[in-house]
Design a protein around this ligand. Structure first.
Ligand SMILES: NC(=O)C1=CN([C@@H]2O[C@H](COP(=O)(O)OP(=O)(O)OC[C@H]3O[C@@H](n4cnc5c(N)ncnc54)[C@H](O)[C@@H]3O)[C@@H](O)[C@H]2O)C=CC1
Ligand SMILES: O=C(O)C(=O)COP(=O)(O)O
Length: 391
């Protein structure tokens, strides 16, 4: 029986793939083989030794201690692109809503509910205070051209915006999907200096924390609106509060409210709704569950953030999977362990990603139970190996 525990509200479409499978147990015990999660912070989580993989039903993995997991031999998956359309639609909605002062206007209109006066008359007299601007012809800066940024950039062009984008690490796939009419910013300073709106679509990492810093505010075109549907920590909050006070930033639309953010002037706080659509929750849950089950059942890896894609059709009678540091002579040492047993290698694959690697070996005979335990232990004893599975 394979055991999976879940955190957060995972769409039933994904849960059913576990519940309807007789080989699986959902939320049954404290020693799961796999974990399915959305935004729960796992940094202080005490991972039981049973955990082999974590699947994040979503894009951002800053809630998971990736390095620690890797050292413990835990594969961490996410679901690239599965919620991108949901975020894109909310960004476009907020570009227009913030430009038309929609939230304050609707908030004021709602406040008339208990009044006894002539509502249509009051509305007509007040509406001049909510006059907004059109986004057509305005310049949008898109920071980060991954799954979400590319969709936002292309659709903003279709709405008549002038789009400039910054991503020094853009993937070839994303570049193919990006409209040729999106202008390339070679330096982030070009985005700060020129744009009326800037939308952030980069992951939160040690390198991107405080990406929008005091220095950035000093270079901004006055009256800019900043949309942050990526992560709160990308923006230095004290500097943002000051920029809103001084009018350098006209509005700050953020999906990541906290006490400090709520105290800011001209902030539009959204309760982390970027990925909260039925469609996106289904996409993420199904993709995450399938990736997790595939790994637990076959060892094949797709969309892990700490290991490369590694896929091999199951061609033997038994499969050995080894997660290890990407250092010389690992495959040789793994094969040497197997050479002590009467088994042939039917197929094998070894792939690496940065400092980590993964080797899968299909054997044309099944090892006996006592041999399996021995092989596992011998491979675990190799310096640099963090996990060994026999499937
Ligand atoms: N509000 C919400 O509910 C959601 C928020 N997100 C957030 O949005 C982020 C982006 O999501 P995706 O587009 O799906 O990720 P992605 O991985 O497809 O794209 C990220 C892009 O950022 C670029 N990038 C990285 N560092 C950069 C830097 N210093 N300057 C410029 N570009 C840089 C990368 O090259 C990549 O193209 C996630 O990491 C997550 O934090 C994602 C989904 C939902
Ligand atoms: O996918 C992401 O990065 C998100 O921020 C979405 O988070 P959620 O799954 O809605 O808790």
């Amino acid at each position: 029986m394979i055991s999976i525990n879940t955190y957060n509200a995972i769409s039933q479409s994904g849960l059913s793939l576990i519940e309807d499978d007789l080989n699986y147990h959902l939320n049954g015990n404290g020693d799961p083989d796999g974990i399915l999660v959305r935004s729960k912070n796992l940094h202080d989580y005490d991972f039981p030794a049973s955990v082999k993989a974590i699947a994040r039903a979503g894009a951002g993995v800053n809630n998971i201690p990736i390095d620690l997991c890797t050292e413990k031999g835990i594969v961490v998956f996410n679901t690239p692109g599965a919620n991108a359309n949901a975020v894109k639609e909310l960004v476009l909605a907020n570009l227009i809503a913030s430009s038309r002062n929609l939230y304050s206007a609707v908030g004021w209109t709602n406040s008339l509910r208990d009044s006894e006066g002539d509502v249509p008359g009051v509305v007509e007299a007040k509406k001049k205070e909510f006059v907004g601007s059109e986004i057509k012809g305005k310049k949008l800066g898109v920071v980060g051209l991954g799954a979400i940024g590319v969709l936002v950039a292309n659709d903003a062009l279709a709405l008549g915006m002038d789009v400039v984008a910054y991503d020094p690490f853009i993937s070839v796939d994303a570049a193919w999907r990006l409209s040729q009419d999106v202008k390339r910013a070679h330096q982030i300073e070009e985005v700060w200096a020129e744009c009326d709106f800037v939308t952030l679509h980069i992951p939160l990492t040690d390198k991107t924390a405080s990406f929008v810093s005091e220095g950035a505010f000093g270079k901004m075109k006055k009256g800019m609106t900043i949309l942050n549907f990526s992560r709160g920590e990308l923006v230095e909050e004290d500097a943002m509060a000051a920029a809103l006070e001084s009018g350098i930033v006209r509005k700050y639309v953020t999906d990541f409210p906290n006490e400090k953010v709520l105290a800011m002037k001209n902030v539009v706080p959204v309760p982390h709704l970027g990925a909260s659509t039925v469609e996106s929750e289904e996409n993420c849950a199904i993709m995450a569950t399938k990736q997790l089950k595939t790994y637990l059942e076959t060892g094949n890896i797709k969309h892990a953030v700490n290991l490369p894609d590694v896929e091999l059709p199951y061609s033997g009678k038994m499969r050995v999977t080894v997660m290890h540091q990407n250092i010389p002579n690992m495959v040789g040492q793994i094969a040497t362990v197997l050479s002590g047993y009467a088994v042939n290698i039917a197929d094998m694959i070894n792939r690496s990603k940065n400092t980590w690697a993964y080797t899968m070996i299909d054997l044309d005979q099944k090892l006996a139970d006592d041999e399996q335990a021995e092989v596992k232990q011998k491979m675990k004893n190799i310096t640099g190996v963090v996990s060994v599975r026999l499937i």
